[in-house]
Design a protein around this ligand. Structure first.
Ligand code: TEU
Length: 582
């Protein structure tokens, strides 16, 4: 392949030239007058370890992405975010970095990275790097130094509670049932960790730490990275008076720990040193706990970040009972409403921290898997905001059944299990829920074809392949015009051809309807009507907007031969149809 043989130094030069040339300005209002490539983009997230293995070690790698570059182009996505591939002891699968400028050998080399980003750019696909800088790994040289002596130059790179002050005030940890402080004898002090004890929080209050972060971002920006996804970002600034955590507030810990006022100053600094200078964009994981918090992060006149993603939608369907469509409409409508004038959001329903799209928000039975995944993909690409689509959802990959705790390798699942045991929870119910909502469901190997291990690896896959791969795979769907994949490709085209879907105003129709999500998008003369039947039965609806519509006005439909009669239409199970009203 051409991109594999180009000399690396040459690729680096091209990447940096590309970076300077291609970036338009990153103004951030929602209207068309403030266009940005990252608003118009369609982002595809790759969980690298599970995407494509090229060296037979059972782990996906950067060369696997290189091998699939033409596939990525063919499905119509325009941005790629790849989960962390930097040097790491892999306690949290790379969300614990021990060297921010080195590639983990499991995933390849820096030359592989250069080839990959060159190949993406050659195909006009932008690249987004996952920046995990709320915390480092405890194996990072900074933490090794810091935990060796209070006089060490890196000691203040982390947060410490000296033991002579007694026990630290309780701090809730998201992953550790024992709480967020761990003791280190060599320094006779406790360090803070929001996630596991192997992920000590960096001390952003220390200007030297911030400078280190900008230096890392500069390194990657100069390598051609187009954007940064800021991991766990709402937590980076801390109240260093360490107030006691109010009992019973584990569920709204974001309110207690998230978005400290100091964070905005740091983000301004980051904008001036990196974002604005290199003309890249950054997306925050998390939005604080109010709309105001979210606006203060991403409105363009703040010169901080450019986009954020909230958790309200993915938090909806967390147990096998599912969710109510009214709540679902409510969440998306209220966020759209709050961001209709200013700011910009990511639109997503799945990622590496969540179970599979169709299993949680659609219907993964044999009868309805295809249509309901098509419906969800239509929805994600019809909303205002940048769609974030997760690998495997373009073919309707489903949850994998894992009813035994022994099979869970994820640190989060193990932590939750220990917490549930400690709290005396009903463990049968706990496992049922975990089996439904565990993020390990969303991390199984990509199903490329019906050969052994789904064509993901020739070795032993690091994680069991979903046994349904013989049925659900790319090869099979490529040639079927009615497949999830073929529909996905049509939908990316529709999104790209219709700026009204990117920038247009959103109006919710039939707000009380319990099965149908209907809305209109409108931009100048262009108007699109979106009708989505979130149910396995037919739904007849009446809307004045339907008056006079014929099949010629259909923009995309996951069924054939849909007829409008007057102002009525009967939507078939999980039917997703867009009409042009312009
Ligand atoms: O997640 C941050 C976060 O807030 C998590 O609690 C997340 O909501 C949870 O994992 C959901 O299952 C980020 C990453 O996305 C996650 O994969 C990492 O494990 C975590 O940071 C620590 O780096």
């Amino acid at each position: 392949m051409k991109s594999r043989t180009a000399p690396v130094a040459f690729l680096r030069m091209l990447n940096s030239v590309y970076n300077k040339k291609q970036k338009p300005s990153t103004a951030g209002e929602t209207t068309q007058s403030n266009k940005s490539w990252w608003k118009e983009g369609i982002l595809y997230q790759i969980y690298l370890q599970s995407f494509k293995d090229t060296d037979g070690d059972g782990f996906g790698d950067l060369n696997g992405v290189v091998e699939k570059l033409d596939y990525l182009k063919s499905i119509g996505i325009t941005m790629v975010w790849i989960t962390p591939f930097l040097e790491s002891p892999m306690v949290d699968n790379g969300y614990d970095v021990s060297d921010y400028k080195a590639i983990h050998p499991r995933y390849g080399t820096m030359e592989d990275f250069d080839r990959m980003i060159y190949g993406l750019h050659e195909r006009e696909i932008k690249f987004v790097l996952d920046m995990v800088v709320n915390h480092s790994s405890d194996q990072h040289k900074w933490f090794k130094g810091a935990s060796s002596s209070r006089d060490n130059e890196y000691y203040d790179y982390y947060h410490w509670w000296p033991a002579e002050k007694g026990e630290p005030p309780y701090r809730h940890s998201l992953f550790d049932p024992e709480g967020g402080w761990d003791y280190v004898e060599a320094v006779d002090a406790y360090y803070l960790h929001t996630f596991t004890g192997n992920q000590p929080d960096l001390n952003w209050e220390n200007p030297k730490v911030r400078q280190e972060v900008y230096d890392i971002m500069k390194f990657w920006a100069e390598k051609g990275v187009d954007g940064f996804r800021m991991d766990a970002f709402q937590f980076v600034s801390k109240d260093t008076t360490w107030p006691e955590f109010p009992e019973g507030h584990e569920k709204d810990y974001v309110k207690w720990y998230g978005l400290r006022p100091e964070l905005h100053g740091y983000l301004n600094e980051m904008y001036n040193k990196i974002i604005g200078k290199y003309n890249v964009f950054a997306v925050a994981e998390g939005t604080g706990s109010t709309f105001e918090d979210a606006h203060n992060l991403v409105d363009s006149d703040r010169n901080e970040l450019q986009m954020a993603y909230h958790f309200d939608a993915v938090n909806l369907s967390q147990t096998p009972k599912g969710y109510s469509l009214l709540d679902f409409k409510g969440v998306f409508s209220k966020w759209d409403n709050a961001f209709s004038e200013k700011g910009w959001l990511a639109i997503y329903l799945s990622n590496h921290d969540n179970a599979r799209l169709v299993s949680r928000f659609g219907n993964d039975s044999d009868d309805f898997r295809t249509v309901s995944t098509q419906l969800l993909n239509t929805f994600l690409m019809s909303m205002r905001g940048t769609p974030y689509l997760y690998y495997g959802d373009e073919i309707g990959m489903t949850n994998i059944d894992m009813p035994n705790i022994e099979e869970y390798t994820d640190i989060e699942a193990q932590g939750k299990y220990q917490s549930a045991l400690k709290a005396g929870a009903d463990m049968e119910e706990f496992i049922n829920t975990l089996n439904y909502n565990s993020r390990e469901n969303g991390r199984t190997p990509m199903q490329w074809d019906a050969s052994e291990n789904a064509g993901f690896t020739t070795g032993d896959p690091w994680r069991r392949v979903n046994p349904n791969y013989t049925e659900i795979n790319v090869a099979k769907q490529k040639t079927d015009p009615n497949s999830v994949l073929s529909h996905f490709k049509r939908m990316t085209e529709v999104r790209k051809k219709n700026p009204v879907l990117v920038y247009g105003d959103y109006t919710l129709l039939l707000p009380e309807h319990e099965q149908v999500y209907a809305f209109a998008r409108e931009l100048d003369e262009d108007k699109i009507l979106v009708l989505l039947n979130f149910s396995e039965s037919e739904s007849e609806i009446e809307l004045v907007e339907l008056q006079g519509l014929t099949s010629e006005k259909v923009v995309i439909d996951n069924y054939e031969g849909t007829a409008v009669e007057g102002t009525c239409i009967t939507l078939r199970p999980y039917q997703a149809i867009l009409f042009s009203l312009g």
